[in-house]
Design a protein around this ligand. Structure first.
Ligand SMILES: [Zn+2]
Length: 394
């Protein structure tokens, strides 16, 4: 709870946080708001956190998700009537040339003075998103990590398969559309997604899909590729093209996929272009929605990875690496803090008001930290209420 509180307050340093908790006002607030009797010293916290199995925290992602589901907050995330978009992407939360642990991924990097060994920790992250909602709901990430000694390097694709299997176990009845980049639009991954009963919308670049592209191009002259376009109020032209049942690749047992492509044009200039494959049916009624679904992939990069890296979450900041699980556990707690903040934004009116009126998240954290140092509050609602009151909330 001490570590989670540190991340929820967006404290940039473990040592600073621990020092500040010696102040009686903050200590009282940690007790009242968080139920923390005493915060361990920074080295003690690292020792304890290193030993904890990351699976302990995985259950919390499920608990938080279920609570949102029960409170009907997820209904606004539905697409095409019944599905949820699950964006999947790989990311890195730690890299160093100096610090490493037995689970670090290792790669040789060319440097001016010869090769250097780089240590890193990567994860495959999944999140439920909606193109019209700015809050994203993180699901439990899967580590890309070496288990079989240090020679055999784990990879994103393998970790993604483990992640999808795990998500099915955690949320067996959740109808998911897996949205991911070109790395995922291959036969084994498509088969894996389908066998789990999920659907997919995956980026398919012509360079990685020569046979598929040949098929589509072959069908264009005989008008088998559907076409739709319109000009919006700002003068931009939106062009949609789609075709059903084309082979994903040149294999004998290639899965048949539905292919769609989209261009956004400003006069003659193309300002956005992309192409995808899906197992969902395509027609002129759903094609715009399908493009929105395909394009929602950026949200995991922007809202999750960039936010936790750049907006106060200090995910790459070195709180300590440990020899077992420390680095992953700190990452998970940071992500859980991000999740809590998303939940506040979705469910707490005072918090929503503060987010709107204080300008930036960072400004809100600054306020929370300062108020907790100055005044003792009986609980979280009172703390938020007091800041809001000072800014004229009624
Ligand atoms: Zn490591």
């Amino acid at each position: 709870m001490g570590a989670l509180a540190m991340f929820c307050f967006q404290d940039p340093s473990l040592l600073q946080f621990q020092k500040r908790t010696k102040a009686s006002t903050l200590a009282a607030n940690l007790k009242n708001v968080w139920g923390i009797k005493s915060v361990p010293s920074d080295s003690q916290m690292r020792t304890v956190m290193d030993e904890i199995d990351p699976e302990v925290f995985e259950g919390l992602f499920k608990t938080f998700f279920r609570l949102l589901q029960r409170g009907k907050h997820l209904e606004q995330y539905r697409v095409l009537g019944k599905y949820y978009l699950c964006v999947v992407d790989g990311g890195e939360y730690f890299s160093s040339y100096h610090i490493g642990c037995p689970f670090c991924l290792r790669r040789k990097v060319k440097k001016q003075r010869g090769d250097a060994l780089q240590f890193s920790h990567q994860i495959v992250q999944a999140a439920v998103v909606h193109s019209k909602r700015s809050q994203v709901i993180p699901l439990c990430p899967e580590q890309v990590r070496n288990t079989d000694g240090t020679e055999k390097q784990d990879c994103e694709t393998n970790a993604a398969k483990r992640l999808l299997g795990k998500l099915k176990k955690i949320h067996p009845k959740l109808p998911l559309i897996i949205v991911a980049d070109s790395l995922y639009s291959n036969q084994p991954m498509v088969k894996e997604i389908s066998s789990l009963g999920n659907h997919y919308v995956l980026v398919a670049k012509p360079d990685d899909h020569k046979i598929l592209t040949e098929w589509v191009n072959g069908l264009r002259p005989i008008n088998e590729v559907m076409h739709m376009e319109y000009k919006d109020r700002k003068g931009k032209t939106h062009v949609y093209e789609w075709v059903g049942d084309v082979p994903l690749n040149g294999n004998k047992d290639a899965p048949l996929v539905n292919y769609f492509e989209y261009w956004m044009k400003d006069g003659e200039k193309t300002v956005y272009h992309n192409s995808w494959v899906t197992d969902l049916p395509l027609d002129d009624e759903c094609i715009e929605e399908m493009v929105r679904i395909g394009r929602s992939r950026w949200m995991i990069e922007n809202e999750v990875f960039n936010t936790v890296k750049n907006h106060g979450y200090h995910i790459e900041h070195n709180y300590g690496h440990g020899v077992k699980n420390l680095s992953m556990n700190f990452f998970l707690l940071n992500l859980l803090a991000f999740f809590l903040h998303q939940i506040f934004e979705l469910t707490d009116r005072t918090y929503q008001w503060l987010r709107k009126n204080l300008g930036s998240k960072r400004n809100l954290w600054d306020h929370l930290r300062v108020y907790c140092h100055a005044i003792v509050f009986p609980d979280w609602d009172d703390l938020l209420g007091r800041i809001a009151l000072d800014y004229g909330y009624s």
